[in-house]
Design a protein around this ligand. Structure first.
Ligand code: ADP
Ligand code: ADP
Ligand code: ZN
Length: 213
């Protein structure tokens, strides 16, 4: 099962992708997590990506596409994968289709987690992320058991630099301009499914499971 998560920044893609990965036994591939791991390890890719991420802009396709194509070629992706945060532009979607097409495969589902902009700002301001294991929480809706500490690995959870209000507005504008056109792209392929992302986390997941079977 090969799945794409679509939706605005903060819509809940990552939260749902992790649960899908657990239930269906497929890897969760988050380009944001890959970039943040590179920043943490101070790699050349990390240094380049950070300049864009800090400004709420997309990392250029040249730095993004190859790394995803390499990742989905790994052995653990044989039975499928869930992509979270990729593709984010039409050229990225075309690169993905091209790479899969060469091996006679295609994506199965593009799930749009639909949340209006008005809800997003609150989601992002309350988001707390573990930079060690990638888990995400929300101070109000999905709190950690111990305040400020990741349930999964015990590291501190933080407000990401790019979740500060000024950057969130920029990221939303970038989303509408560059990523939203993917909704029509996948509608055209007949694989788009939309779920109401304003529901509680469990209800959103139930709607997704209904789609995936
Ligand atoms: P969110 O989960 O809030 O949508 P992500 O963790 O997916 O955020 O991404 C954080 C940042 O990493 C993005 O704002 C962007 O700068 C960069 N990024 C992640 N995925 C991509 C991608 N597919 N193409 C370009 N930039 C990306
Ligand atoms: P994305 O990957 O799309 O950027 P996240 O999965 O990181 O989004 O979720 C953004 C924030 O909203 C996080 O703080 C997360 O804990 C919270 N969140 C996720 N899903 C829901 C939901 N259904 N209801 C309320 N808050 C949610
Ligand atoms: Zn953690």
């Amino acid at each position: 099962m090969k799945i794409i998560m679509l939706g605005a920044p903060g819509a809940g893609k990552g939260t749902q992708a992790k649960q899908i990965a657990d239930k269906y036994g497929i890897p969760h591939i988050s380009t944001g997590d890959i970039f943040r791991a590179n920043i943490k390890n101070n790699t050349e890719l990390g240094q380049k990506a950070k300049q864009y991420m800090d400004q709420g802009m997309l990392v250029p396709d040249e730095l993004t596409c190859d790394l995803v194509m390499d990742r989905i070629g790994e052995k653990d992706c044989e039975n499928g994968f869930v992509l979270d945060g990729f593709p984010r532009t039409i050229p990225q979607a075309e690169a993905l289709d091209g790479a899969l097409g060469k091996i006679g495969q295609k994506m199965d589902y593009a799930i749009d987690v639909d949340v209006p902009d008005d809800n997003i700002v609150g989601r992002m301001g309350g988001r707390r992320a573990c930079l060690n294991c990638g888990a995400t929480y929300h101070v109000v809706t999905i709190p950690t058991k111990v305040e400020g500490i990741c349930d999964r690995c015990g590291s501190p959870v933080v407000l990401r630099d790019d979740d500060k209000p000024e950057t969130v507005q920029k990221r939303l504008a970038v989303y509408h301009e560059q990523t939203q056109p993917l909704i029509d792209y996948y509608k055209g392929q007949g694989i788009l499914k939309t779920v109401d992302g304003t529901q509680p986390m469990e209800a959103v997941f139930a709607a997704i499971v209904e789609i995936l079977g």
